[in-house]
Design a binder for this molecule. Structure first.
Ligand code: Q9C
Ligand code: ZN
Length: 660
């Protein structure tokens, strides 16, 4: 197949960049079939396959879009340019791959590396990928092109100075950035914004410009407590750069998959775009992986071609539209072709493609965005303002509805009662301790009253596992438990179960418990914060049942004359929005209202604030959970559909390893 060479390339438009009276931007494209020669040695399937760049190129041709671009021939990178960001050893290693006579020699090298395969064509492809990005960047910086797209492979952003990894051999974008800054002062490029929207963190690029204030590196990626590839803390939002480069590294680490258009556009509007305005780059380099695209087998996110086009369009407001796109990841052939087409149409200045993002960002997205803004506002004043409550309230809660009931009658009852309650005049709620032991002659009537009110009981510990929770309702004993539960008086199962994430810290303390024997048990910090989160399973039960759960959790009898947590208590926690130290001299003696779902209050039980202080000071030691107990939590998270087993383990490990 013929390569797209400079000589064969059609150039459109005249010197003014105008075609048929219509403003037409000069968009450079590089594609070269030689980059398809990098492939698995034995022809096994691999997501990073040669067809990736073929399908993109074919799509642009079929759409009649490549014909309107300036087609450039590919070029091999020069060693001295590669060595601006890579070690000599690394460059020589990549160069030597194709000179090896035998596959096993290459396989041996690849096996030492993380997520790398090598074949005879790998060296040439790697040199062409890096050289092609350099070439497009040079021409855009010179002004010969307005912008461009290097459709290259292997990708680059995971490659570090001395290491190939994550399907990447040379860090194509970093080589180009360093070339402009260090080899071509004549072009006047002093500040470069690198935007990395590949679903993985651009660890290589981050390290190469860690202390360099001339390069502002922005990466948005799945992170999930450091469990998502390339794993570890590098992609954390606390990684802001060092020395003169402090503040010039920005990570937006998603803490869950499934992010889509609304989440990405929120990161653009509330982080990237205001910072780009302040930084005022001379050129933008885009690590354009399309593995956050809807349908990607590795990414698990849902970004549409429309959102990619909007994100790109927003970036074109800067640096006089001088943008260089370089392909990174992206493994659904259809998605990467369509997304690439949408982007090239934007580069050409075509009318915006149609689409809309109706969904709101996830609740967790706002939390991440707020944490990033807070961490970076010292360097970028435009991030200093608090996001308005109205804005962050436009969110998609993150529930997975397992059992959905539509017994609206019941819900109406609850509304009515809560309305009535809000008219009650409660005067004794100045302190944090509540009197629950009202003089009550009609000791049996409390159950009937409280049976009419629904609450969500939000569980973050062993009760996340449904069979374990049901012991508190129906009575019984599950694996690992040391004691049989008596259950509630009212044995009806929960009316609904949903999962949600709350901004509180999960931690483990306490030497042993009656229910589980030796080993720590779970608590959640009653105080919310922006950084932490606890994943909770919400059971919709009656306030009567909640009382029985609370009693059993605290080792009290369920047949008491008065409720532990009555209507007045409920109104108190609701009004205070947060904390009630119930008069239970016990480990779970604190009831916290976390908010509302369908207008029904969400309650959880945890330790008191004073216990938190004691855990913090070390007066009460933190304790990792016993294996059996931890497994119950993991089972709950997995069977609830919240997490994979690995993710659940990582979540628990994270909670265990951090100090309170
Ligand atoms: N358990 C790019 O998208 N996954 N690279 C390895 C090992 C590697 C992705 C999983 C993903 C690399 C450029
Ligand atoms: Zn990727």
């Amino acid at each position: 197949m013929a390569m797209a060479g400079e000589s064969s390339g059609k150039k459109c438009g005249d010197g003014d960049g105008r075609v048929a009276g219509k403003s037409q931007r000069k968009v450079g494209l590089i594609y070269d079939e030689a980059m398809c020669k990098h492939d698995t040695p034995d022809g096994e399937d691999h997501p990073e396959c040669p067809d990736r760049i073929r399908v993109i190129w074919e799509k642009l041709q079929l759409a009649g879009v490549s014909q309107r671009c300036v087609l450039l021939g590919s070029s091999k990178a020069e060693d001295k340019h590669l060595q601006l960001v890579h070690t000599k050893d690394h460059v020589n290693l990549v160069k030597s791959i194709s000179t090896k006579q035998k596959d096993y020699q290459r396989n041996r090298i690849a096996s030492q590396l993380n997520s790398i395969y090598l074949n005879r064509g790998s060296s040439e492809a790697a040199y062409l990928a890096a050289g092609s990005v350099v070439k497009v960047a040079e021409k855009v910086a010179e002004g010969e092109l307005d912008c461009g797209y290097a459709i290259v492979r292997p990708p680059g952003h995971h490659a570090e100075a001395d290491e190939a990894m994550g399907f990447c051999l040379f860090n194509n974008i970093a080589v180009a950035a360093s070339y402009l800054l260090n080899q071509r002062p004549d072009l006047g490029v002093k500040k470069i914004l690198i935007v990395d929207w590949d679903v993985h963190h651009g660890n290589g690029t981050q390290k190469m410009f860690w202390e360099d204030p001339r390069v502002l590196f922005f990466s948005v990626h799945r992170h999930e407590y450091g469990s998502f590839y390339p794993a570890g803390d590098d992609g954390d939002y606390n990684m802001v750069g060092e020395g003169p480069g402090e503040g010039f590294n920005i990570n937006v680490p998603w803490d869950q998959g499934r992010c889509g258009d609304a989440d990405y556009l929120a990161a653009w509007d509330h982080i990237l775009i205001p910072v780009a305005r302040e930084f005022n780059p001379d050129i933008i380099l885009l690590s354009a992986g399309f593995d956050a695209a809807i349908g990607d087998p590795l990414g698990g996110c849902r970004v549409t071609p429309y959102a990619y086009s909007v994100m790109l369009k927003k970036l074109m407001e800067f640096a006089h539209g001088k943008i260089v796109m370089a392909l990174e990841g992206g493994y659904n052939l259809d998605s990467i072709a369509k997304s690439s087409l949408a982007c090239v149409q934007v580069l050409l200045g075509d009318k915006q493609i149609h689409g809309s993002s109706e969904a709101y960002p996830f609740e967790s997205t706002w939390r991440v965005i707020q944490a990033v803004r807070k961490r970076l506002c010292a360097y970028w004043p435009s991030l200093a303002d608090e996001l308005s409550w109205k804005l962050i309230n436009q969110k998609t809660p993150t529930p997975i509805i397992l059992i959905s009931s539509s017994d609206s009658d019941n819900e109406d009852d609850a509304h009515g009662l809560l309305d009535q309650m809000s008219k009650l005049n409660i005067e004794n709620h100045q302190g944090t301790l509540l009197e629950n032991h009202q003089v009550d002659t009609a000791s049996t009537s409390w159950r009937a009253d409280l049976a009419n009110v629904d609450v969500w009981y939000a569980s973050f510990g062993s009760n996340m596992w449904k069979p374990r929770f049901l012991c508190y309702i129906q009575g019984g004993q599950v694996d690992g438990m040391k004691k049989t539960c008596v259950g509630s008086m009212d044995k009806s199962p929960p009316k609904e179960i949903v999962w949600e994430t709350f901004p509180h810290r999960l931690f483990f303390g306490r030497e042993s418990s009656v229910g589980w024997g030796v080993g720590g048990v779970a608590f959640t910090n009653p105080l919310a914060n922006l950084i932490d989160q606890t994943h909770m399973c919400l059971y919709r039960i009656t306030l009567e049942q909640f009382n029985d759960v609370l009693s059993q959790e605290n080792g009290l009898n369920v047949d008491s004359d008065s409720p532990v947590f009555d209507l007045a208590s409920l109104q108190l926690v609701e009004n205070k929005g947060s904390i009630l130290e119930a008069a239970l001299n016990s480990w779970y003696g604190n009831v916290v209202c976390l908010g509302k779902e369908h207008d029904i209050p969400i309650l959880t039980m945890t330790c008191t604030l004073s216990a938190v202080e004691k855990f913090k000071s070390g007066e009460i030691p933190l304790r990792p959970p016993a294996k059996a107990y931890a497994n119950t939590l993991i089972r709950g998270l997995v069977e609830g559909g919240r997490f994979s087993k690995e993710e659940a383990e990582a979540y628990i490990d994270n909670a265990v390893s951090k100090p309170l």
